[in-house]
Every structure is written in structure tokens, then in C-alpha cells.
Ligand binder design. Structure first.
Ligand SMILES: [Zn+2]
Length: 77
């Protein structure tokens, strides 16, 4: 059985992430499109800024941390 690479919960179908972090990553990616247009920032800078925001939820914060620690360009499924 595969477990979420962020929290160790059982993964969602066709994913490396649990349902919560999968959902957070989807949100993160969707919001990035808006930010990219508005601020012309890249993915890594975006992760940094989202992570620093007080209003960022726990799941999104955790997935952002995980992606930053990997130096990933959103490679997770
Ligand atoms: Zn998880």
C-alpha cells in the first residue's frame, strides 16, 4: 500500500498523495494560474509566498513545504 509522501496517510487513487493533500495540490495549482497572470511569478516563488500567507490552510501549507523541500516543479501526481 502506498502512503502519502507528506503525511503518511493512505493515498488517494492514482496519486502519491492522500485525498487531503491531493486536494490541496489541486487548489494550489489552480490558484497558481491566477497568480502567474497577476504577478508574473514562477512556481517556486509562488510556493514561498503562499506558505507565508496567514490565511493559507494547513493542508496547503504542508504540501507547499513538501514541494519546496523537494525543489520540485510540481511533479507530484
Ligand atoms: Zn497527506
Amino acid at each position: 500500500m502506498n502512503v502519502c509522501s507528506v503525511c503518511g496517510r493512505e493515498v488517494a487513487e492514482d496519486s502519491e498523495l492522500c485525498i487531503y493533500h491531493r486536494h490541496a495540490l489541486d487548489n494550489l495549482r489552480a490558484t497558481f494560474d491566477d497568480w502567474k497572470r497577476a504577478f508574473e511569478i514562477d512556481w517556486k516563488e509562488y510556493l514561498n509566498r503562499v506558505h507565508e500567507l496567514d490565511e493559507t490552510g494547513m493542508w496547503v501549507r504542508e504540501i507547499a513545504e513538501h514541494l519546496m523541500s523537494q525543489g520540485s516543479s510540481s511533479g507530484l501526481q
